[in-house]
Design a protein around this ligand. Structure first.
Ligand code: HMG
Ligand code: MG
Length: 280
């Protein structure tokens, strides 16, 4: 039997954080509410990071206060430090995501610290959190500053994240340059140590391989994939990054094993997409 595939929608967070224009809070709320009606079971809504570092998501509290939470849908957010955890807990976030990376240069760029300190922050957050914690491992294949990243460097952050209690680790191609063979090489290393259900794949798509990467990962037993309905995204601290793999592409690729309403996904994306295109 085909395994069920679980698609995590990250457009409200990853898709909006890199836009030059601030998307109004009401538009974000309507976007999340529309996504909630598509069959998605997990939506990354915003980020409780420093508003100086990510001004586009400075309204995380207001968004969480206004969305209509649909039973059965998990509403999650990024948390980079203890202050972010406090904000997320006050906003009754269902699940949080802590941040680290396999590359030192990206860690410095994105979190203003080194890998060891970023892991220590993740540990403190995970210890104090009362909700499930995802651990992101950025630059799992390629660093925008220093180039290719070896699987050994990825394992070196995956191990502590799982040991500290993350319920899942999102292997992230921050730039969007990985190929299916890169994915296979890394998964062979990771799955020799840990079961597949502990991993999700977070693929950006600069070079056009993201969908094929997800298919290759599924052949290894990975069932959790991040997508963005808008197909736009990127990180302001990762120059040259592509957008996330499109949720619709994933829904089509895994049509037999997801229960997503593809027309509802298109409808949910349209207002935000046109707002962003008009502003561009
Ligand atoms: P810092 O500047 O080293 O630390 O930032 P700081 O403690 O000096 O904080 C700077 C200011 O922010 C201070 O304000 C703090 O109070 C405030 P000031 O005193 O100057 O007025 N501050 C906060 N305010 C609200 N909530 C908070 C918070 N924390 C500090 N939680 C820090 C260190 C970690 C805070 C910063 O580097 C940061 O926020 N980084 C996040 C960057 C980011 O959001 N990047 C994009 C998301 S990650 C991503 O896209 C990758 C991913 O998609 C996976 C992939 O594709 O690879 C997940
Ligand atoms: Mg990302």
């Amino acid at each position: 039997m085909t395994s069920p595939i679980h698609i995590i929608e990250v457009a409200p967070r990853d898709g909006l954080q890199n836009e030059t224009r601030f998307v109004p809070t009401a538009t974000k709320v309507a976007f999340v509410d529309a996504l909630s009606a598509t069959g998605l079971r997990e939506i990354e809504v915003s980020a409780f990071v420093s508003p100086k570092w990510l001004p586009q998501l400075r309204d995380a509290e207001q968004v969480f206060a206004a969305i209509q939470r649909r039973p059965g849908v998990v509403y999650s957010a990024l948390v980079p430090n203890q202050r972010g955890l406090l904000r997320a807990a006050t906003s009754k976030v269902d699940k949080i995501a802590v941040l680290c990376a396999a590359s030192a240069a990206f860690t410095q760029s994105n979190l203003n610290t080194d890998i060891a300190t970023s892991l220590q922050r993740c540990r403190e957050i995970t210890r104090a959190a009362t909700m499930p914690v995802r651990g992101y491992v950025s630059t799992a294949f390629h660093c925008p500053f220093t180039g290719p990243v070896e699987p050994t460097a990825v394992l070196a952050v995956v191990e502590p994240l799982l040991e500290m209690g993350c319920s899942e680790v999102a292997i992230s191609d921050t730039v969007g340059s990985a190929t299916p063979d890169d994915v296979a090489r890394l998964l062979q290393r990771l799955l020799a140590r840990f079961p597949a259900h502990l991993f999700a794949l977070h693929m950006h798509d600069r070079d056009g391989h993201a969908e094929a990467n997800c298919r290759r990962a599924a052949a290894f037993g990975i069932t959790r994939f991040d997508g963005a309905v808008t197909g736009r995204s990127g990180c302001p601290y990762a120059p040259g990054a592509g957008g996330n793999v499109a949720t619709l592409a994933l829904a089509q690729a895994f049509a037999d094993c997801t229960a997503l309403d593809q027309q509802a996904l298109e409808r949910a994306a349209a207002p935000v997409q046109s707002a962003l295109e008009t502003a561009a």
